[in-house]
Design a protein around this ligand. Structure first.
Ligand code: NAD
Length: 249
């Protein structure tokens, strides 16, 4: 992987991450799970981090037989020291873990606001901080931050999530500027609505906040401003992540 790669073209070889280590947070479900399997399919040795032990265990079956390996690491990212420690020595870092609460600002619980900012902004900072010494030491590293359309635009009733994602955009840009001279790239991926538990679990909250029945939320709220009227699949996002972990970024 250290040899210069040819430019991509119609006959470019598929992504080869053999010999690379990767850490993916929020790996037990949704987008994180798809990223773990995609990177392992490319040959990476993936450390799958989540607080959901059962969800991590469920990765074993689909990971069996892939060229790479998947190692489960149960960790609550609000333990920031442990998060920083866990990132030491990784070549690829995918900051993906996230949570959502849909609630008007005046009713938004301060403790939830704090937790969202901790998991979705401060933990990525600590993970990057933990990963950089090794990446800088070898002159190569890939940081991919799963942001969102909400890193670029706001939606009503999502103050903590929108604030965290806007912060993550700034963190990612700063890491890109500092890392460039060391062969380390940092990029954000900004999906619209993806078919995951995070979206499915907010349908009831959205219905309540907008005063409409739950079955109308998908078309009238979530996909209202989306050109293509369908949810994105987690594997679509994982493909973009895989590209950003390769040699062409
Ligand atoms: P998800 O709920 O399916 O997965 C999130 C994972 O994060 C879960 O496995 C959960 O256990 C883990 N997690 C949450 N808090 C944690 C903590 N304290 N410590 C460790 N793990 C923790 O959600 P998803 O939709 O797959 O979202 C993944 C990322 O993608 C998030 O950052 C989210 O903001 C982003 N995103 C999602 C969508 C979407 O429509 N689903 C759109 C754009 C961006």
């Amino acid at each position: 992987m250290t040899a210069p790669s040819p430019l991509p073209g119609p006959h470019a070889p598929s992504l080869d991450l053999g010999g690379r280590t990767a850490l993916v947070t929020g790996a037990a479900g949704g987008i994180g799970r798809a990223c773990v399997l995609r990177l392992a399919a490319a040959g990476a040795k993936v450390r799958a981090v989540d607080r959901d032990a059962a969800g991590l265990s469920a990765l074993a079956e689909p990971a069996a037989g892939l060229p790479g390996t998947v190692e489960a690491h149960v960790l609550d990212l609000t333990d920031l020291d442990a998060a920083e420690h866990a990132a030491a020595g990784t070549d690829i870092l995918v900051n993906n873990a996230g949570l959502q609460l849909v609630r008007p600002l005046e009713e938004f619980p301060p403790d939830v606001f704090h937790t969202v900012l901790t998991v979705m902004l401060e933990a990525p900072f600590r993970l990057i901080r933990g990963a950089l010494p090794h990446m800088y030491g070898q002159g190569w590293g890939r940081i991919v931050n799963i942001s969102s359309v909400h890193g670029l635009r706001a939606s009503a009733y999502k103050s903590a999530y929108v604030a965290a994602k806007h912060g993550l955009e700034g963190l990612s840009k700063t890491a890109a500027l500092e890392g460039a001279a060391h062969g380390v790239t940092s990029n954000c991926v900004n999906p619209g609505y993806v078919r995951t538990p995070l979206v499915e679990q907010q349908l009831a909250d959205q219905a309540r906040a907008h005063g409409i029945p739950e079955e109308r939320v998908l078309t009238e709220v979530l996909l209202q401003d989306t050109a293509v009227k369908r949810l994105i699949e987690p594997e679509d996002v994982a493909e973009a992540v895989a590209y950003l972990c390769g040699p062409h970024t």
